[in-house]
Design a protein around this ligand. Structure first.
Ligand code: A3D
Length: 320
């Protein structure tokens, strides 16, 4: 039986963390790819040298050659540049679009059967472009953002209520950016929706609004603290959850940037929605009913993503 192969395209802060988690979980053999010479090789060797201590059997390799990703079962893409303080995710568009072209072509040529998870920002536009450049089916190209945004929301709520993060569920939709839509009605503590918890006196509407706002700006909070880059531990953990659901056919319901073909009234765009990830990739899009206010927030978020995909087409007319 062939060994499972995971290709990490981009071996920076998130790529290295992905490799470490994937090795510790023995999800498969790992190929780290990067244009920066020595970085993927150094990280692969360093992680491999921790295997005798931690006791895992994953094999690791660093490379500058796309041929080494041949036959990968999963590709996770972090290639590109991250934000620095003062930058928005959208400021990265021009540079990272060129990177998506090279990466998409590499994956299309050597790993066309893979399940592809994109993390590079601005996420919703980059995953849309990556799918087109790679030529892979939409069901096998998804973006990671919603799991991270929901995890941040869950963490802040757990702190507020002084309960375990595991007892908190959260529902975040829309584009990955300041327009994202944390849906309080569908977010719960052990099944009790947040508006009920406000009524029960567990928190106030003002405090809940502040937590929603902090979630929207969660990425910026980390960038301001780190100063030299953006978050990487929680983003890596989020993408690993998606990879695991695919490789083990877990059929987890996870908020991800998925290609929409009319769901939520959106055509040919990648936007954050709950999806089922199983052995066929994206197996189902979960479509919930919105209130008028929620719909307005979602539409506003979709419009922001549409602006970015339009900007991609201006830079790369072939994407149309
Ligand atoms: P960083 O540590 O800079 O790693 C990026 C790596 O990509 C570097 O090692 C580069 O050498 C490499 N690279 C650049 N161009 C290419 C190329 N053409 N081919 C292969 N490799 C290349 O960044 P990071 O790991 O912190 O972040 C990676 C990306 O994820 C950035 O775009 C971030 O903005 C994004 N990000 C997204 C989220 C989401 O929730 C969606 C969260 C955090 C970061």
């Amino acid at each position: 039986m062939a060994r499972t192969k995971i290709a990490l395209i981009g071996s920076g802060m998130i790529g290295g963390t992905l490799a470490h988690i994937a090795a510790q979980k023995e999800l498969g053999d790992i190929v780290l790819f990067d244009i920066a010479e020595g970085i993927p090789q150094g990280k692969a060797l360093d992680i491999a040298e921790s295997a005798p201590i931690d006791g895992y059997g994953s094999r690791l390799k660093g490379t500058q050659d796309y041929k080494d990703i041949e036959g990968a079962d999963v590709c996770i893409v972090t290639a590109g540049v991250p934000r620095k303080p003062g930058m928005s995710r959208d400021d990265l568009l021009g540079v990272n679009l060129k990177v998506m072209k090279a990466v998409g072509e590499g994956i299309g040529r050597y790993a066309s059967n893979a399940f592809v998870i994109c993390i590079t920002n601005p996420l919703d536009a980059m995953v849309w472009a990556l799918q087109k450049f790679s030529g892979l089916p939409h069901a096998r190209v998804v973006g990671m953002a919603g799991i991270l945004d929901s995890a941040r929301f869950r963490y802040f709520l757990a702190e507020e209520f002084d309960v375990s993060v595991e007892s908190v569920t959260a529902f975040v939709l829309g584009g990955h950016g300041d327009t994202m839509v944390p849906l309080v009605r569908y977010s719960t503590v052990a099944g009790v929706p947040l508006p009920d918890l406000v009524e029960m006196g567990w928190t106030t509407q003002e405090r809940l609004d502040a937590i929603v706002e902090r979630t929207r700006k969660g990425g910026g909070e980390i960038v301001a603290l780190l100063k030299t880059g953006s978050a990487y531990y929680a983003p890596a953990a989020s993408a690993i959850q998606m990879a695991e659901s695919y490789l083990k056919d877990q059929k987890m319901v996870l908020p991800c940037a998925a290609h929409l073909t009319g769901q939520y009234g959106v055509e040919d765009m990648y936007v954050g929605v709950p999806i089922v990830i199983g052995e066929n990739g994206v197996e189902r899009v979960v479509e919930v009913k919105f209130t008028a206010e929620e719909k307005a927030m979602f539409d506003h978020s979709v419009a922001a993503v549409r602006e970015l995909t339009d900007a991609c087409v201006k830079l790369e007319p072939a994407l149309k």
